[in-house]
Write a protein of this length. Structure first.
Length: 132
């Protein structure tokens, strides 16, 4: 009987059980601080006009970055993300379609119907038309 009580006491969550995790976090933080400090102290210090110039994939920058962008761009980007995430939900069904049976099939048909209703709404509103 005493053996089981002793075993239960050793399996309890105590601060000592988290010691390896805290030790690993401490070593990671020390490594980050040392690495950043070493690169700051040992790295080159020369600041020339070429180094301070903005680099954008080899294309010379010109103009102001605060130029207005058409709202159509953002709308298409948001719609892409929305429909892309909806398509991701087809993956679990494709993996488990035999196990889900007819109930799963009906649920996917409902999902596709909602998906198509949203797509038809977007087309009717003209959200994908670039020319006005």
């Amino acid at each position: 009987m005493d053996f089981f009580l002793l075993q239960a006491a050793t399996n309890a969550n105590t601060a000592a059980n988290y010691f390896p995790i805290w030790l690993q976090l401490l070593f990671a933080a020390i490594f980050v601080v040392l690495t950043l400090g070493a690169t700051h102290l040992l790295g080159p210090k020369g600041k020339t006009a070429d180094k301070l110039e903005t680099f954008a994939s080899g294309i010379e920058s010109h103009g102001d970055a605060r130029q207005p962008v058409a709202i159509k761009y953002f709308l298409v980007a948001i719609l892409f993300v929305l429909f892309d995430v909806e398509v991701i939900f087809f993956y679990p069904y494709a993996i488990n379609f035999r196990g889900l049976g007819w109930n799963g099939f009906m649920a996917v048909l409902m999902f596709v119907a909602f998906f198509l209703c949203g797509f038809i709404y977007i087309i009717k509103k003209g959200a994908l038309n670039w020319e006005d």
